[in-house]
Structure formats: structure tokens, C-alpha cells
Design a protein around this ligand. Structure first.
Ligand code: AMP
Length: 429
């Protein structure tokens, strides 16, 4: 075959899509319980939005974006993350005017040209939450508590929450200087990447994965110990809120996150089931973002988590039940004369909310019966010209092998009755 999917992208095939539906459905239901409403934004935006919103000096903007020019020479970018797009939409549609606090969730594909590996793709999918309009730590807690609850709802116990505070525009500049003072004597011994970050984003040196960098920064001053009063108070209150809601966490002064716009709270959920790409999700507060995008001064806090990584954890921990939905009924025609009639019966059952399948290949009755067994249906309905003339069908219970003639007019009722007698009404469709 000539065509293949692009490196770093994946097809979600029919045999696995139920897994995606399960994690997405669980997320939507939970978001509803927390009163988050869904937001959907376009797949591409003006490049400038991400350059400004994420920061020119970040890895994402510097080397990972899918940027292209359209036929009118506009520079566009496939979204590498969602927060900048959400804030763009919030400002553009004045959502803040409708209510003081806007709570939104999303499930969407993101695009980054990274080196593909396990848990790292070029088109991947994120769930996310944003609370826009509150400066208070209660908003941070709302985001973190729901994320923790989501993992719990999926049965994931290995999701360790690490929280930190990265300060604000008042306390960060002085801290940055202090950190640089500390790093300067060892600058030539740091990794090349960290040396590059020394001027532009020295905080990121703290979350370097390089062993030597780790050793050399072991005793580095941390922002959490150098907060202004306001940031410190915020951080303490957040911890109290988390303790109050029973969310366990550890404080980790090295969680700094990749994006420039974070202020105060930064956090990550890590899973040891993931290997080197161990971040299940991450987020934080971004009080400077809306202004950076040329809008009003609106605070916000959010989280984004990878769905591929979530599925990896669920599979590794054997938490993914085989809950693929099967049709309940298979309709098999004994001869070609009765097929057309039986197709009408099939539609009647579907309209009565019963999940059915039937033969589309004009196979023999024997082959259709094999197909019914392969599909693991609970009932097979068989009809030939004799049944058609009497306006009835033969219903075979696939578990007991019992066969019963049923008038077509009573069929839907009969199947539903049998299903509820078996106590599996919920699997009906
Ligand atoms: P970030 O926006 O970089 O903070 O990423 C948030 C979450 O998205 C991460 O914790 C991962 O779970 C997921 N993620 C980020 N980049 C990728 C990628 N290239 N492939 C798969 N998942 C990713």
C-alpha cells in the first residue's frame, strides 16, 4: 500500500475505540458533576497566539509547532496546547461578562513535532479544565481535586500529585537572580541545554532530567522558599484545601512546568507505570496570560492531561475492562426471498432501542449463524419465507439454545422482557 499514517500519529481502530469512549465518558460525566461546561475551539489558530501565549523561548514554540502558511500567506499553527486558545475565545466572546467565574473543560487533539516514543506522539489527545476569573486558591483546588477524582474514578492509584509555587511577577525576578547566582560558578559543567536556559528560563534548569544537572542543583534555592507574602499565603491555603478534600500530595520545589505564563501554583500528576514520559497531567495558574494576549487582566488556572498516557496506565495496571459494546441481536435470513422483509424487521428493532446486526453479504444461513456466534449476540432471529408468510420469526437464545416462534408485533417487547429477566437490561444498546 502506498499510503501510511504520518510518523507520530496513530489510528484509533474500531477494536480499541471503546477504551477512548470510556475515558472520555468518565471525564465528561465528572466534569458535569463539577459544573464545568465544554468548550471547543478550532484546530488551528494564528501562530502569534501561541508564540505570545506560550512564550517564544519555550520548547513548544521554539521547535515543536506545526506552523504553515495558508494560500493568503497567513501564518497558522495547529494547536500545541489548549489554554491560549481558550483564553482567546474567552476574551473574544466576553465570557467573563456572563458570569464572574468561567469553568470549562475540553477533550481535543494537540499537535507537537516531538521525537515520537512510548507515550509521546505528534498528534496526541488531551483532557483539560480551566477556571477563569478567580485569583483565589479555591479555584486551584477545584482543578486539582477534579483531576485527582478523575484518576480515582478510573481506578488509577498510581498517580502521585506534586505541587509547587513558582511565584509571581513580584517575587520571581529576585528569586531568578538568586538562582542564577547559585548556578553561575557551575555553569560550564551544566548540560548544554541547561546552559542555554541559563539566561532565558533558568527555572527550567531545576527540572532537567540530566543526572549531572540534578547533582549540581541539589542544593539550589527554590522558589517555594522565596515567595512574597501573597504567594506564600496562596500556597498554604491551597495545601489546606487539598488536605480538607482528602487529596494527597507532596510539595516538590522542582516542578516548574515548561510554559512561561505560569504564576503561583504549578503541579503535575506523575505515574510510575509510565517509564520516562511519566507525566500524566500538569497544570497551574496563569494570571498573566490574558493580558499577554492583549486582553483584560483576568486570572486563570487549569490542567491538561494526555489521554494516550492515561490509556497506557490503565492497560499496564489491568484496569481496562473489556467493555466493548456488542449487538444484542443478529438477524439471519434463511433464503434471499425473506431478506428484504427481515431487513424491515431489523429496522423496527433498532427503532425500539435494541442493538442489532444483520448480514450484508447475502451469505448462507449456516455462515450467518457462524457470524452471530462470532459477534457473541444474545439472540439470533431466523426467518425464511414460511415465517414471513405467518409474520413471525424464530428467536434463538444463544446461551440456552432454546428456540421460540414470536409474532413480529411482539418481538421488541419479547426481547426487552428477556433482557430484563436476565438482569442485563443496561447492555441493551
Ligand atoms: P503539557 O501541555 O506539555 O504540560 O502536557 C500536558 C500533558 O499532556 C502531559 O502531562 C502528557 O500527559 C500529555 N502530553 C504532552 N505532550 C505529549 C505528547 N507529545 N504525546 C503524548 N502526550 C503528551
Amino acid at each position: 500500500m502506498k499510503f501510511k499514517s504520518i510518523t507520530g500519529t496513530k489510528d484509533i481502530l474500531p477494536a480499541e475505540s471503546f477504551r477512548w469512549q470510556y475515558v472520555e465518558r468518565t471525564f465528561r460525566e465528572l466534569a458535569h458533576r463539577y459544573n464545568f461546561k465544554e468548550i471547543r475551539t478550532p484546530v488551528f489558530e494564528q501562530t502569534e497566539l501561541f508564540a505570545r501565549g506560550i512564550g517564544e523561548l519555550t520548547d513548544i514554540v521554539g521547535k515543536e509547532m506545526y506552523t504553515f502558511r495558508d494560500r493568503s500567506e497567513n501564518s497558522l499553527t495547529l494547536k500545541p496546547e489548549m489554554t491560549a486558545a481558550v483564553i482567546r475565545a474567552y476574551l473574544q466572546h466576553n465570557l467573563g461578562q456572563q458570569q464572574p467565574v468561567t469553568k470549562v473543560y475540553y477533550l481535543a487533539p494537540m499537535f507537537r513535532q516531538e521525537r515520537p516514543q512510548k507515550g509521546r506522539l505528534r498528534q496526541f489527545h488531551q483532557f483539560g479544565l480551566e477556571v477563569i476569573g478567580s485569583h483565589q486558591p479555591e479555584a486551584d483546588a477545584e482543578i486539582i481535586a477534579m483531576t485527582a477524582e478523575y484518576y480515582k474514578a478510573l481506578g488509577i492509584t498510581q498517580a502521585d500529585l506534586k505541587i509547587n509555587s513558582v511565584g509571581c511577577e513580584k517575587c520571581r525576578p529576585a528569586y531568578k537572580e538568586k538562582l542564577k547566582e547559585f548556578l553561575r560558578p557551575n555553569l560550564p559543567h551544566l548540560s548544554e541545554e541547561s546552559q542555554r536556559r541559563f539566561e532565558s528560563n533558568p527555572l527550567r534548569i531545576l527540572d532537567s532530567k540530566d543526572e549531572r544537572d540534578r547533582e549540581l542543583t541539589d542544593a539550589a534555592p527554590l522558589q517555594k522558599d522565596n515567595l512574597c507574602e501573597e504567594c506564600n499565603e496562596h500556597f498554604i491555603r491551597l495545601q489546606e484545601l487539598l488536605s480538607e478534600t482528602g487529596v494527597s500530595y507532596t510539595v516538590d520545589g522542582r516542578i516548574v512546568r515548561g510554559l512561561d505564563y505560569y504564576t503561583k501554583t504549578a503541579f503535575e500528576f506523575i505515574s510510575s507505570a509510565l517509564g520516562s514520559q511519566d507525566a500524566l497531567s500538569g497544570g497551574g495558574r496563569y494570571d498573566l496570560l490574558a493580558k499577554e494576549l492583549g486582553g483584560k487582566d483576568v486570572p486563570g488556572v487549569g490542567v491538561a492531561g494526555g489521554l494516550e498516557r492515561l490509556l497506557l496506565v490503565l492497560e499496564a495496571s489491568d484496569l481496562m475492562k473489556d467493555s466493548d459494546r456488542k449487538p444484542v441481536v443478529y438477524l439471519a435470513a434463511a433464503d434471499n426471498e425473506s431478506r428484504t422483509w427481515l431487513y424491515g424487521v431489523t429496522q423496527q428493532l433498532r427503532r425500539a432501542d435494541i442493538s442489532c446486526d444483520t448480514d450484508l453479504l447475502r451469505r448462507s444461513l449456516k455462515a450467518q449463524m457462524r457470524e452471530a456466534s462470532r459477534q457473541l449476540v444474545q439472540f439470533t432471529i431466523i426467518a425464511g419465507t414460511g415465517e414471513r408468510d405467518r409474520n413471525e420469526v424464530t428467536v434463538k437464545n444463544m446461551e440456552t439454545g432454546e428456540q421460540q416462534p414470536i409474532p413480529v408485533g411482539d418481538l421488541a417487547h419479547y426481547i426487552n422482557q428477556q433482557l430484563s429477566d436476565n438482569g442485563n437490561d443496561g447492555e441493551k444498546s
